[in-house]
Ligand binder design. Sequence first.
Ligand code: NAD
Length: 508
Amino acid sequence: MIHPAHRTISAATGLSDAEISGGDLTVFSPVDGAMIGAVRSADASGVETFVGRARRAFAVWRAVPAPIRGELVRLLGEELRAAKDDLGRLVSLESGKILAEGRGEVQEMIDICDFAVGLSRQLYGLTMASERPGHHMREVWHPIGPVAVITAFNFPVAVWAWNAALALVCGDSVVWKPSEKTPLTALACQKIFDRAMARFRAGGHDAPDHLSQVLIGGREVGAALVDHPDVPLVSATGSTAMGRAVARRVADRLGRSLLELGGNNAMIVAPSADLSLAVRAIVFGAVGTAGQRCTTLRRLIVHESVRAQLLPALVSAYESLKIGSPLSPETLVGPLIDKAAFEAMQDALMQARDLCGGTILCGGDRVDLPGLEGGYYVRPAIVDMPAQTGVMLHETFAPILYVVGYTDFDAALAIQNGVTQGLSSCIFTNDLAEAEAFASARGSDCGIANVNIGPSGAEIGGAFGGEKDTGGGRESGSDSWKAYMRRQTQTVNFSGALPLAQGVEFGI
Ligand code: NAD
């Protein structure tokens, strides 16, 4: 039976009882473990239907002028503004992130819509000087086709928007396979998209049906989508294990993949750092979203000269954290997504302590909250490590912060770069030479490198993504839009003669 309070929140976003009941995929809220929905998932023939519709939608949409496509995304941004509180609350209910972060996630969707609207008039190509007289060379960006978007539970709505807002202005259709843990927020986004589409049409614009669709299901459904030859681009966000499986399958059919995978993000705290700023950045970076962000701070590399001052300050900040229901405004740390995440955290702490010689400075235990017994609430942990080894090299999706010391800046850089993941990184320093060295070619090897800012909470204007096991994809701002289009080099001959390139003579 679905909890009535949860039903109310879903209703606020436009989802009816019938749409969230009676299906085969049950959805549980991490807030208290209660069932909040049972939705219908697709099967392999469903995937065929969805891709067929997306192909037909694409055939129409690609011919709509890009600034008109931008108008649809502008309306989507308006609808998201109107739905911000309701959708943000549903994000909190379904993924467990605190209200401020749930609303922040919707704000990110609004921001990328604004960005994409401007972009719809700026899908610029280049012109090149031709070596031949009476010839004109240019590069044109064309829509690529239906884009598959596969998303993780921890950013249940923003990642769709990052992809969809760009894909739509680029002239593509979208098939979204959300995490099986967060289908309700995806269905709510579809309602919001449908409202934008209705206003777009009411404004006199033609748009095809099924331009953006939500395909519910688990990894088998995701895999069928990934394998489909009519999907030229697969944008997949999730674990590195998922990315490896997806990359192989897409490569096998010579499709394109855009991968946003796991991170193991670090901060270097240098001797000149402003420690009070660093403490605030560390706490938000390491415990925000209960350690379940791809950009969560997991490794702290601290200069030995500040270690004795920094660690007690951190432990005391951790002790003051309010842990509780994410739906209560004063909470800073909500629940883990489920029991498996809690067990993975316990296992990682055990390995750090028993196999790596780490000392747990605080946290790690489960917090029982009256009325929320079905939720997995934990006290965020700090582990002092003798060296960067074992479990510290892996991403555990939970609030565990490992600390190691350093004396030499180059050694700190080597520790920062000494993991297989390459998403986000940062340094706290007031030494200009150190800051610039960190950001230089010999510095951080990550996709994101910040100075005096923590590793998480990126703005949408920059390209987002990481290197190495993080997958190499870039989404969101800058020129990430190019991934959603195909590049065509065009040469036009208006000379009346037929000179060949490189001066080749071919006398016939
Ligand atoms: P997950 O890998 O378990 O699942 C992610 C999505 O992939 C889900 O929709 C799932 O159904 C689908 N999937 C899994 N296996 C698949 C397969 N073989 N073929 C097709 N689809 C498949 O990840 P999760 O637990 O939901 O999310 C946490 C992970 O996501 C963490 O590793 C985190 O770092 C990462 N993440 C990365 C970013 C980023 O931008 N780099 C953003 C958010 C989350």
